[in-house]
Ligand binder design. Structure first.
Ligand code: S3P
Length: 429
């Protein structure tokens, strides 16, 4: 149980480099592991989720060295992965699980994947079904959950149309397609984060994205060669401080080297639409775009968010709801049913938590209606992360604005994506 205090009259100040991007850190480990030669990963996110990926590849026989946020993966190519002697433990990580299902299809052996209590409830058929269209066998429980057995060895390239807008599912298919007998085309429901495509191209793969941004063609059996990967700061982590500095009076902060990949900057576009004072300074790069964010306190307007905007801010929707809760008027989020199958049911969790601050929230099957108000009246000072890192961090930021001290249950979940969250917040206080 963690005591949380409100922000001082002076607000938040200072400069922060947030930890490396979670999605890119996972992919660098995976793609490095199936490439030939050393991959150096700089500013790697050493959160629990990415450490689950790292351990899984060590269990598959890959030599990986790590010193804090510097990682060296000594890849020897896909064919040198060997069967793990124990089930591969995915921990809490949906990204590890779903991407590994696709990647392991290209091996010559069967692997067993297990996960923690929360992960073992999350839907996996969304990956096994499209993979089966490529001839890949993934056995799940009757409910379509972990434990899973992935039978490696057969991948038939063809065209697959995806039913859910999910970068994890798309990436699983791309990774499987690398080992296919012919090219594979994946058609997404909506464009989602494209880190897998960008990174695979850097390592030597031939992947074409059509101008509609949702049709991806993968040529099989590329010669992947180890690379240097500079991981930008995670927009999903930066967003907590971006929102904090916006809603806490008298704040002015700078967030350095944050990912500006347009498939991830939905939160930035939304905050700007709501009237936030954020100046973006983009840096020159040939790879993943990144830059600095200068954020000052500002009054926010209500907002409406619809389905097409969801993929680019899927992980930041709790923060959109929190920002909307401070804006006078009604905000509405729809088309976000995916939130119900995240680490926890995030529609229910966000609604519960915001109500504790006296904010009126109506749950919709696929979103929320939020009656925002600049001044809150705490109803219940007991906050809960429900074991979900992003809900825990949203609670901490909301507590900065409350008129009294709050406490947070299950704060340990935060280490899944941001182990130094409290230290970094303290740095700005
Ligand atoms: C991720 C994709 C998203 C996101 C998750 C990370 C990824 O999940 O919510 O935190 O790295 O590909 P979905 O693919 O389920 O939308």
């Amino acid at each position: 149980m963690k005591p949380l205090s409100k922000a001082s009259q002076q607000g938040l100040h200072g400069t922060l480099a947030v930890p490396g991007d979670k999605s890119i850190s996972h992919r660098a480990l995976m793609i490095g592991s199936i490439s030939q030669g050393a991959t150096h990963i700089h500013h790697f996110l050493a959160g629990q989720d990415c450490l689950s990926t790292l351990k899984a590849f060590q269990d598959l026989g890959v030599e990986i060295e790590r010193q804090q946020d510097e990682v060296i993966v000594h890849g020897k190519g896909m064919m040198h992965l060997r069967p793990a002697s124990i089930p591969l433990d995915m921990g809490n990580s949906g990204t590890t699980t779903r991407l590994m299902m696709g990647l392991l299809a290209g091996t010559s052996f069967t692997s067993t994947l297990i996960g923690d209590q929360s992960l073992s409830k999350r839907p996996m058929k969304r990956v096994s079904e499209p993979l089966s269209e490529l001839g890949v066998q993934v056995k799940l429980t009757e409910k379509g959950t972990l434990p899973a057995q992935v039978v490696g060895g057969t991948v038939h390239g063809k065209t697959v149309k995806l039913q859910v807008a999910s970068a994890q599912v798309k990436s699983a298919l791309i990774l499987a397609a690398l080992a296919a007998d012919q090219p594979t085309t994946i058609i997404e429901k909506l464009p989602t984060r494209n880190h897998t495509e960008i990174m695979l191209r850097q390592f030597g793969a031939e992947i074409e994205t059509a101008t509609n941004q949702r049709t991806i063609t993968v040529q099989p059996h590329p010669d992947l060669v180890g690379q240097d990967v500079q991981v930008p700061g995670d927009m999903s982590s930066a967003a907590f401080f971006m929102v904090a500095a916006t809603i806490i009076p008298n704040s002015e902060i700078t967030l350095k080297n944050v990912s500006l990949n347009p498939t991830r900057t939905g939160i930035l576009r939304t905050m700007l639409k709501m009237g936030a004072d954020i100046r973006v300074v983009e840096h020159e790069t040939t790879g993943e775009p990144f830059g600095d964010l200068h954020v000052k306190t500002s009054k926010l307007h209500p907002i409406e968010i619809a389905e097409t905007e969801i993929p680019a801010l899927i992980d930041e929707l709790p923060l959109v709801a929190l920002s909307a809760a401070t804006a006078s008027g009604i905000s509405k989020i729809t088309g976000a049913a995916e939130l119900r199958v995240k680490e926890t049911d995030r529609i229910q969790a966000v609604s519960n938590e915001l109500r504790k601050f006296g904010v009126q929230v109506e749950e919709l099957p696929d979103g929320m209606i939020i009656q925002g108000q600049p001044d809150w009246k705490v109803q219940d000072s007991h906050l809960d992360s429900y074991g979900d890192h992003r809900i825990g961090m949203m609670d901490v930021i909301a507590a900065l604005k409350a008129e009294q001290s709050m406490i947070l249950e299950n704060e340990a979940a935060i280490s899944v994506s941001y182990p130094d969250f409290f230290t970094d917040l303290q740095h700005l206080m």
